[in-house]
Design a protein around this ligand. Structure first.
Ligand SMILES: Cc1ncc(C[n+]2csc(CCOP(=O)(O)OP(=O)(O)O)c2C)c(N)n1
Ligand SMILES: [Mg+2]
Length: 383
């Protein structure tokens, strides 16, 4: 098992199949592991994941060859930083340093990094409550994100938002939204404003697959296509909405195709492949900037940790988690970078050290930052 995957596997929630609901489900339709109509064993599924990993390496290598080395380094660094930062979040959360909800992104890093590093700094980003990594990629410092998690004054919103509400107007990062799907309507409005004002900004709006069943998704996509808004909707399909699997809640597996109903451009992307995410986003950005038209990307990945830190995880098996860890996006990317001779083990060690040091600095800053003073209680509060 690769190092990064092992590190998180130990900390994964404890899935059980005791009540039957945790048993690994497979689909009759569209499941590549299905052999002669027979349900594959869990070992078959792990094998399939390994072979998909090898296939994916080939296309990733091609994309790496076309990309500037500086960008590749930044992509890898941000992915490793996101992973180490969030592992630390889990650790300090368990020590009682962070209160309230805390939703980790471990396993999904390729989505934020692949897409956001294709943007200009002036472009706008919104996401759900699973927002720490997106906030950092958009330029909010790890110190300000960690202090926000601690509820401290040095946080990006002075400790008043916490884990779910990272925000920075300066960095064009507009949340951190706790209402599932809420950011789809807000993001569509922001794209409308950009078009109305004639700015060159593209809006990138992330949401989970469970948000797609709500009316706001359909209403927003209709308006965005009708009015040709420069927005990219990224559905982060991690296959679960809390403990409910997509197959229990959605009549179709194919989320990208929902955009066909609005005649909107759409693509399905492998969210374990950071280069595939980057390339699909670059295509969507071109559509948005050139024609001012929207795109829906369904990016499929998997969260290794529970829905939030308080998730007992009794709805899935350890084998299911292991299957996705076999295709870990960081390991895949490092393997490809090494094979393409872009970076060596020495470079990887330097990146790892930089990420660990940056995370330690963020924790030290958060520990030392004071709690907000009482006089701050009613400032910047709208109710
Ligand atoms: C409108 C609304 N309904 C229900 C909830 C409770 N809730 C919080 S997270 C969540 C699951 C969302 O899953 P998904 O959109 O797939 O995102 P993920 O957590 O997987 O990133 C639900 C139902 C909520 N916050 N808002
Ligand atoms: Mg989900």
């Amino acid at each position: 098992m690769p190092k990064t995957a092992t590190a998180t596997k130990k900390k994964a929630t404890t899935p059980s199949s005791k009540n039957g609901s945790g048993a690994l489900r497979t689909r009759a339709a569209g499941n590549p592991a299905q052999k002669n109509g027979k349900t594959p064993s869990e070992a078959d599924i792990v094998e399939l994941a390994k072979s998909e990993f090898q296939k994916r390496r080939k296309s990733q290598l091609e994309a790496i060859k076309k990309t500037d080395k500086k960008i590749l380094r930044e992509m890898l660094y941000q992915m490793v930083l996101g992973r180490r930062f969030e592992e630390k979040c889990a650790e300090v959360y368990r020590m009682g340093k962070i209160g309230g909800f805390c939703h980790l992104y471990i396993g999904q890093e390729a989505i934020a990094i692949g897409s956001m590093l294709a943007l200009k700094p002036t472009d706008m980003v919104l996401t759900s409550y699973r927002d720490h990594v997106q906030a950092m990629v958009k330029g909010i410092s790890p110190e300000a994100v960690m202090a926000e998690l601690y509820g401290k004054e040095g946080g990006c919103v002075k400790g008043k938002g916490g884990s779910m509400h990272m925000f920075s107007k300066e960095h064009e990062f507009y949340g951190g939204h706790g209402i599932v799907g809420g950011q789809i309507g807000v993001g569509t409005g922001m794209a409308y404003a950009a078009k109305y004002k004639g700015t060159d900004q593209v809006t990138l709006c992330f949401f989970g697959e469970a948000a797609v069943n709500q009316g706001i998704f359909h209403e927003s996509l209709n308006m965005a296509q009708l009015w040709k808004l420069p927005i990219i909707y990224i559905c982060e399909n991690n296959q679960y909405g809390m403990g409910t699997s997509q197959e229990r809640a959605m009549s179709t597996r194919n989320i990208a195709k929902k955009a066909d109903a609005f005649e909107m451009a759409n693509e399905f992307v492998d969210g374990m492949d950071v280069m595939a995410v980057r390339e699909a986003t670059l295509r969507a950005i071109e559509r948005a900037r050139k024609d001012g038209s929207p795109t829906l990307l369904e990016v499929r990945a998997y969260r290794y940790m529970g829905h939030s830190m308080s998730d007992p995880g009794n709805y899935r098996t350890r084998e299911e988690i292991a299957k996705y860890q076999e295709r870990d996006p960081i390991v895949l990317f490092k393997d490809s970078l090494k094979e393409a001779k872009v970076f060596s083990d020495k470079d990887f060690d330097a990146i790892e050290k930089q990420a660990v040091d940056e995370t330690a600095k963020a924790v030290a800053f958060a520990e030392e930052s004071p709690f907000p003073s009482e006089s701050e209680l009613l400032t910047d509060v709208f109710a």
